[in-house]
Design a protein around this ligand. Structure first.
Ligand SMILES: C[S@@+](CC[C@H](N)C(=O)[O-])C[C@H]1O[C@@H](n2cnc3c(N)ncnc32)[C@H](O)[C@@H]1O
Length: 205
């Protein structure tokens, strides 16, 4: 990884993802998490303040050392034990059927092989385990999609491979998850091309 990806980008993401408008969304997506949880694309730990106390431990999967460093205060000031023990969502170093739940917030846009990451989540989740997710992706409206297609090459270059046009719901169902809760909406404080959100819960078979 170069200096930009390694040292600068995690700070930019910490600011962009740390906006006030994301807080109610983080609270919503974390609601109901319990037991042993794996969080992929942990970033700077912006979900930590919203972890329910029913969580027994969180395993953080995050490639960027700088992001983990930025997470330090959040990790040390929660009562939920959080340990970083994976670097890549595409290949998780965990036993199968070892987690009750998984969490992914604005991460499926960035992981290069998203199908591999979802396959890994299914593998490590217990049967009936839940994936709580909020992701931005392909917009419901054609006019917004056209902008997403135009802007995606720039977005990918500037934001570490972040795609704008991934069809989140299709990716989850193709991977074998059953979506039991879903809200698709535009988050009002951001431009529509990057604010087409899918928030919900998917069950691993
Ligand atoms: C847009 S950020 C979101 C961070 C965090 N989930 C949040 O909500 O603030 C995407 C995160 O995915 C991480 N990431 C990139 N490639 C990854 C991979 N292969 N496996 C796991 N995480 C990855 C990035 O380092 C970054 O922290």
């Amino acid at each position: 990884m170069g200096v930009y990806r390694e040292r600068v980008l995690p700070r930019i993401i910490n600011v962009l993802c740390g906006v006030k408008a994301s807080e109610p969304i983080r609270r919503r997506v974390c609601e109901g998490l319990a037991g042993d949880v794996v969080e992929i694309g942990f970033g700077s730990g912006l979900n930590v303040p919203f972890y329910p106390t029913a969580i027994t431990r969180v395993t953080a999967v995050e490639p960027a050392d700088m992001a983990w460093k930025l997470a330090d205060k959040r990790v040390t000031s929660t009562t939920v034990p959080v340990e970083r023990s994976g670097l890549d969502g595409q290949s998780l170093p965990f036993e199968e059927n070892s987690y009750d739940a998984a969490l992914s917030t604005w991460t499926l846009c960035t992981i290069p092989d998203v199908a591999a990451a979802l396959h890994e989540l299914r593998r490590v989740l217990k049967p009936g385990g839940t994936l709580h997710f909020v992701e931005h992706g392909l917009a419901p409206d054609e006019s917004v999609r056209r902008w997403q297609q135009r802007l995606e090459p720039v977005q990918k270059r500037v934001l570490g491979g972040c795609h704008l046009t991934r069809p989140i719901v299709d990716l989850l169902t193709t991977a074998g998850f059953t979506i039991t809760e879903l809200d698709v909406f535009y988050e009002k404080s951001a431009p529509k091309f990057e604010a087409a959100y899918s928030l919900g819960i998917a069950i691993s078979p």
